[in-house]
Design a protein around this ligand. Sequence first.
Ligand code: URA
Length: 193
Amino acid sequence: MLDRRTKEQLLSEIAAEVRACTRCPLHATRNRAVPGSGDPDARVMLIGEAPGYYEDQQGLPFVGAAGQLLDRLLARAGLVREEVFIANILKCRPPKNRDPGDTERAACAEYLDAQIGIIQPCIICLLGRVPLQALIDPDASVTRIHGSRIRKHGMLWIPLFHPAAALHQPHHMPALETDFDRLADALRDVTDP
Ligand code: URA
């Protein structure tokens, strides 16, 4: 188990590498890379798809409308953004917010794997289809397994709908809210088994 200062140091080294990264063509179209942000000792890590317009402008994850909803959902689970760590499958925005390509994902995977290894969260929330399929099972359906608990590498992985899905299709909102209630239950179970 790494101490907090070491984690901070290692995470900032990764962030610097990401900001200078030219491993895939997305570096040419990005304004700012988005390495991820939050508590190096987070018990909960949230992984989204890729930066959107506002994230690319600010260099921070989930700062647009989906991010505001995410903050409200986190509050439901008794959490604030500062105590979780938020990252994405891709660190750079794909043009027109298209799905991440396989080579982009492969080029970026090492950064996220390293962040997970340093933070060692108890729970990883996968926000939407892209992180679920990239990190758990390429054929998995978020509609089918959202809110469930998957054990892998000594952590609990919880697939959730992406907050943007509930913004575009409000009928997903109750499921998303229930899933964040389940996150609160899971957190209680892992911290006070
Ligand atoms: N959507 C994502 O998946 N990630 C972000 O950082 C913002 C919006």
